[in-house]
Write a protein that binds this ligand. Structure first.
Ligand SMILES: [Cu+2]
Length: 346
């Protein structure tokens, strides 16, 4: 596999020109191997996603300091930010948020610190949630040392699009602006910075999910947000780790508890930079898939979906059986590098 070979060349956290040729002959270690011994070296990433083997990665149970990071991927799953609301004289709801761009060092894997750019100090940023037809006002305060924007997916005027050269354009450090538009259409969307170089501004962590509930709502469910992402920790424009909601293996160490009697609804967003596609695969069950969440008729009843960057969709299912069921990217390389987890069904 070409990408595997390339990654083997580049995945070592070693800087310096001319080193790449040497890397090919050195046993590959993950950046998060840290102080692990040479026993952690291995030949590649292929294999059973559920197997631990003799691979000295942090799949052995080590994890990051969620408290120091200021966010926990388990909390992010069910953390919906409804902002604050007020009513206009005509009765229409105005929903408001204030988002801050903040430069912040985040431990993305045990001992691996990443100089991230964040919305509100977390990756992904807050999951903004509203109802179809409301008026939305998002105040953006740039507390970063770099210029940024918030570009929302959805329907809105050009000057509210959060791209350089239109409307408020790129917001300089210390600057602020207000994005204002109607919540349209109902569905699952996302937001991210749109300042060039775009890949860097996204890969550094400036993105989040944006949910517009249909005016007539959705069926009650246990709702979960999964933003599929990855991190390039050695600045070679390739990811060294993959995850849903930032921290690799988080849901392997602590499975997501769900009830067999509940409808499970996953809001799945792919923001992964540098790789052309990402995917989600569920074990032991199939789900209804609603692309972009804009329709109420599923496009597919399946156990695997593939998404390019910016693509998203809603997954719904009920577990047929109790027990532990894996979910993971169905690119084995991504799986091995962190994008895998368990549901624990009771
Ligand atoms: Cu930016």
């Amino acid at each position: 596999m070409a990408s595997l070979t390339r990654r083997r060349l580049l995945a070592l956290p070693v800087a310096g020109a001319g080193a790449a040729a040497l890397h090919a002959t050195i046993p590959h270690t993950h950046p998060w191997d840290g102080q692990a011994t040479a026993a952690g070296a291995h030949d590649g990433h292929q294999g059973d996603p559920g197997a631990t083997g003799d691979h000295a990665s942090f799949r052995d149970g080590r994890t990051v300091d969620h408290r120091a990071n200021g966010f926990d991927p388990h909390a992010i799953l069910r953390d919906f930010d409804w902002g604050t609301t007020r009513r206009l004289p005509g009765g229409r709801v105005v929903r408001e948020w204030e988002l801050h761009a903040l430069d912040k060092e985040i431990e993305v894997a045990p001992g691996v610190r990443f100089a991230a750019w964040t919305y509100d100090g977390r990756i992904p940023g807050p999951t903004l949630r509203c109802r179809e037809g409301e008026r939305l006002r998002i105040t953006f305060v740039n507390g970063s040392e770099h210029a940024h924007t918030i570009h929302f997916h959805g329907i809105h005027p050009a000057e509210q699009d959060g791209v350089p050269g239109l409307g408020a354009g790129a917001i300089p450090p210390g600057g602020r602006t207000v994005y204002e538009f109607d919540a349209l259409p109902a569905g699952l969307h996302l937001y991210h910075c749109h300042v060039r170089p775009l890949a860097e501004h996204i890969a550094k962590g400036l993105y989040g999910a944006f949910i517009v509930d249909p005016a007539d709502g959705r069926e009650d469910a246990d709702e979960l947000v999964m933003v599929m992402n990855g991190f390039d920790t050695n600045f070679d424009r390739a990811n060294e780790m993959y995850a849903a909601n930032t921290i690799p293996f988080a849901y392997m160490h602590h499975p997501i508890a769900v009830k067999r009697s509940d409808l499970v609804r996953v809001y799945l967003v792919n923001v992964l930079e540098y790789d052309l596609i990402n995917s989600f695969h569920l074990h032991g069950n199939l789900f209804n898939y609603f692309p972009t969440g804009t329709g109420k008729t599923p496009s597919e009843f399946t156990d695997t979906v593939m998404l390019c960057q910016g693509q998203r969709g809603i997954l719904e299912w009920r577990f047929a059986h109790p027990g532990k069921f894996m979910f993971h990217a169905h690119q084995s390389e991504f799986t091995e590098l962190g994008w895998q987890g368990f549901f624990e069904v009771s």
